[in-house]
Every structure is written in C-alpha cells, then in structure tokens.
Design a protein around this ligand. Sequence first.
Ligand SMILES: [Zn+2]
Length: 386
Amino acid sequence: MTTPRPRRSPRTQHEAQVLELLRVQGSASRAQIAAETGLSRATVSAIAANLRRSGLVVRSDVTVTGTGVGRTPERLALNPGSRVIVGVEFSHTRVTVVVSDVTHRVLGSKVREHGGDEPWERRLATAVRFIDALVVNPASLIAVGMGVPGAISGRTAVVARVERHLAERYGVPVRVENNARLAGLAEFSWGAGRDMPDLVYLRLSEGVGGLLIVDDEPRLGASGSAGEFGHVCIDPNGPLCRCANRGCLEAYVGLGTLLPLVGAASVGDLVDALDRADPRAQAVINAAGARIGLVLANTCRILDVSSVVLGGPLAQAGDHLVRAVRQAILRHLHHDGAERLRLRTAELGDLDGALGGVALVLRDRTIAIGRRSTSTTAPREKAPTA
Ligand SMILES: [Zn+2]
C-alpha cells in the first residue's frame, strides 16, 4: 500500500506533497495542509494558488461540522473533473461495487448476495455488469481496487485471471488486496478509525481477518499477510482450523462455528436472541468476546496500540460483543494500557470492503489521478462518506 516516491525538485516535491495529502484526505484547509506537510503557511498558499490556477485543485464544497466560531476556513480538494475510481469486493457470499470520485465522494454502489459456491465466472460477470452500469463513461475510470478473501501473497490463478480481465476490459490499473484488510483501510480512511493513527481493525465474519495501522500507515509485513488475526493460535490443542493448524481464533469465533452453537441461521437471528437476553446466545457471545479480547490484548501489548475497531457481520452484535471484548482486554492488559483503550464498532456497513478498494487506489502513488477527459459521470447517489 506504500511505494517509494520518485525524486523531484523542491517545488514540484512540495506540490506533490499537497496533492498527495488531498488525495488521501479528500479535502483540507490551508492550515491543515501546513500542519501535516510541515510547509510554511506562505508556501502552502503559494502552492495552492498555483494548483488552483492550473485547475488541479478546486475549492471544496464539503461542509465541515464543528464547534468552531467565526468563518469556516476555505477547504481545498482535488478537481474531481469527471474521473472516477471503482472499488470491488468479492467476499465469500457477495459482490459489491462502489464508484467514487477523487474527492472521496461516493457516486454509486451496487451489491448482490450469492451462495458460497457461486462460480468465479459469474462473480466476475456480476462485477462487470455493475461497473458498466455505474461508470457512464469508461474513459473517466482511473483504476480499480479489488478485494478478495484469503492471502494475497499466494495469489490464486483465479484471482489473477479476474484481475487481468478487469485490467484488459477497462484499460486501467487494477490493484488487489485481501478484503478484510481493505475493509480496515476504509474504516481507517472514513469510518470508525478515521481519527486513530494507531489501530487494530478486526473483521469478524465467516473468516476472521484484519488490518494493522501503525503511525498512520497500514502495515502489511514481510510477506504482505500481516493482520491475520483469525489464525493466531489461542490453544494448540484446540479444534482443527481450515488452515490446518489447531486452536486458531477463527476456529472458535468464525460465523460458521458461532451461529450453529446458538441455533441461529444468521447474525440477525443471533442479535435478536441477544436482545431478548437468551442465555445460550449470551454465553456464546461472551465466550467469543473473551477469545477475541485475548488476541487483541496481546496485539495491543506487543504494538502499544490503543485503538480497536470491530467490523464484519458479527460486529452487528454491538454492545453485547463490545462489552465482552472490553472485559477480556481489561483482564489481560495493564491498567494504564486498558484505560487508554478506544474500542469501537465499524461504521461503514456492507460497503466497507469495496470502499477499501477505492482507498487502496487513492493511497497508491504509482497511479496517476490527473484529469484525462472532459465528459461527465453523473452522480447517482448521495455520498455515505465524505
Ligand atoms: Zn487457522
């Protein structure tokens, strides 16, 4: 998700710094740009004037809510022009596509649920149909960010085929990442983790995955598989996991294990049972929370991270789950570490993985996002994120 930057002359380097900041943040005031880039206010003003003259940057119409008095400082954003980014998530049971402009405005989205045994050809056909419907002018497309389940380091032939098909059909770069990590990237960019520079994101679904953010940067590890919380061993003598090890967190708290324990057909059923204080459902969620909390406490202990976001379908259990997880973390962490802990549930809902695809492209400095065409892609939906 990070790439080395090419060398540039100081002025273009400063301009690039400002453009990169706007690309990742969507919009910012001159004061914020100065604070975050370390450039002087005068330099930022000169650069901003220059970028606005060249049409690369415009005044943002994003309204910032806050308690400040007096005039709201003018915010700057990249010129959205007509250029768009597509985010696609192929989960185990769903195809999701979102289209966003470069100012982080979501222009449209489509979702289709399918059975777990849906062939990849049909998943791909669904994604293509959605992209064709949402992107009116294919020439406006900058890139596709795509999330898929499983480890990316050992990318399967089928994922490579899907990636190649999209790249050839639309003639744009396609970036691929694990879908749980992308969901975390979206929460970090626009959701529950947006004000957290250090963050552990956990996605609790059929599988359990996640993302580590340290010092404002996603950490992928040596082989690109950091954040595989689902396969952290919590009991070497525990049940067999689909990864062939024993006692992985996922073997205990994956939905495929949890729901049958409660006799629930869906997470909705589980939440209903919890809301009516069903003792069996409470015991199951408390045990799951204790195990999740143990892994999180160990992670927080090692990395000194104090912010946690719980996402994925199981996070719909809300306070029922958060309470149990918090209790376990408090039990395992030193007092002051636990005091600082910020534990939240995710905010972006089912679009999280696909939105993460958009964030992946926005953060990839090797993908140029300058204007290429003058035709329009009409906004279809009000943005859930800004
Ligand atoms: Zn495992």
